[in-house]
Design a protein around this ligand. Structure first.
Ligand code: URA
Length: 209
C-alpha cells in the first residue's frame, strides 16, 4: 500500500485555509474542490499511457500519448464525498460515477450500505474513492469491501485529511489500496474527529452546522 501525503505548496497552502475557524461554506467548498483537483493530479501520475496516431492541424499523421487500458470510476461516499466530486471531475471529465452511502448499524456498529449505485463494469475500471476525512477507516473499509465484491481490483482513495488510526486499519485489511491525502494528522479524539482536522466536513460543505 502506498500512502502519500502530498507536500505540494499549493496543497499545503489551501489545506491551511481549509483548517480556519468560521470559514463560509462557499470558501470551504471552493478550497475542498481545489485540493481534490490537485490530489487527483498526483493520484493519476502513474496511469499507463500508450501511443496513438492522430491527424494533426496540418493533416500530417503524428504520434501522441493517451491513457491506456482501464478507465476510471469516481466513488464519492455520501454525503461529504460529493464535496470533492467536481474537483476530481475537472481533471477526469469522462469518468463514470459510482455513488455509495453507508450508515452505522446501532447494534453491530458496522457500516452498512443503504445506497449503492456502482457502474456495471466496475471490474474493468480503476475506482477512485473520494471522502474528505479518513477517520476510523470503517466507512472506507466497507466501501472497498463492496467494490471488491463487485469485482473491482484496482482501488485508490483520495482524502483531504487522514488520521493515522484510519490509515493503519485500512492498511491491515486492504493493503493493496493506495491512499492520497493532503495531510496525515495527529490522532482521533474521543468522538472520532480528526485532530487538528477540519471539523465536520459534511456540515461545512452542505452548510448544516
Ligand atoms: N468526519 C468528519 O467530518 N470529520 C472528522 O474529523 C472525522 C470524520
Amino acid at each position: 500500500m502506498t500512502v502519500k501525503a502530498i507536500q505540494h505548496p499549493l496543497v499545503q497552502h489551501k489545506l491551511g485555509l481549509l483548517r480556519q475557524k468560521d470559514l463560509s461554506s462557499k470558501d470551504f467548498r471552493e478550497l475542498a474542490s481545489e485540493v481534490s483537483n490537485l490530489l487527483t493530479y498526483e493520484a493519476t501520475r502513474d496511469l499507463a499511457t500508450e501511443t496513438a496516431e492522430i491527424k494533426s492541424w496540418n493533416s500530417s499523421i503524428i504520434k501522441t500519448n493517451k491513457i491506456k487500458g482501464k478507465k476510471i470510476t469516481i466513488v464519492p461516499i455520501l454525503r461529504a464525498g460529493l464535496g470533492m466530486l467536481d474537483g476530481v471531475l475537472k481533471l477526469i471529465p469522462n469518468a463514470k460515477i459510482s455513488v455509495v452511502g453507508l450508515y452505522r448499524d446501532e447494534e453491530t456498529l458496522q457500516p452498512v450500505a443503504y445506497f449503492d449505485k456502482v457502474v456495471k463494469d466496475v471490474s474493468d475500471r480503476t475506482a477512485l474513492i473520494v471522502d474528505p476525512m479518513l477517520a476510523t477507516g470503517g466507512t472506507l473499509i466497507a466501501t472497498i469491501d463492496l467494490l471488491k465484491q463487485k469485482g473491482c481490483t484496482n482501488i485508490m482513495g483520495l482524502f483531504l485529511v487522514a488520521a493515522p488510526e484510519g490509515i493503519k486499519a485500512v492498511q491491515e485489511i486492504h493493503p493493496d489500496v493506495d491512499i492520497y491525502t493532503a495531510a496525515i494528522d495527529e490522532c482521533l479524539n474521543e468522538k472520532g474527529y480528526i485532530l487538528p482536522g477540519l471539523g465536520d466536513a459534511g456540515d461545512k460543505i452542505f452548510g448544516t452546522r
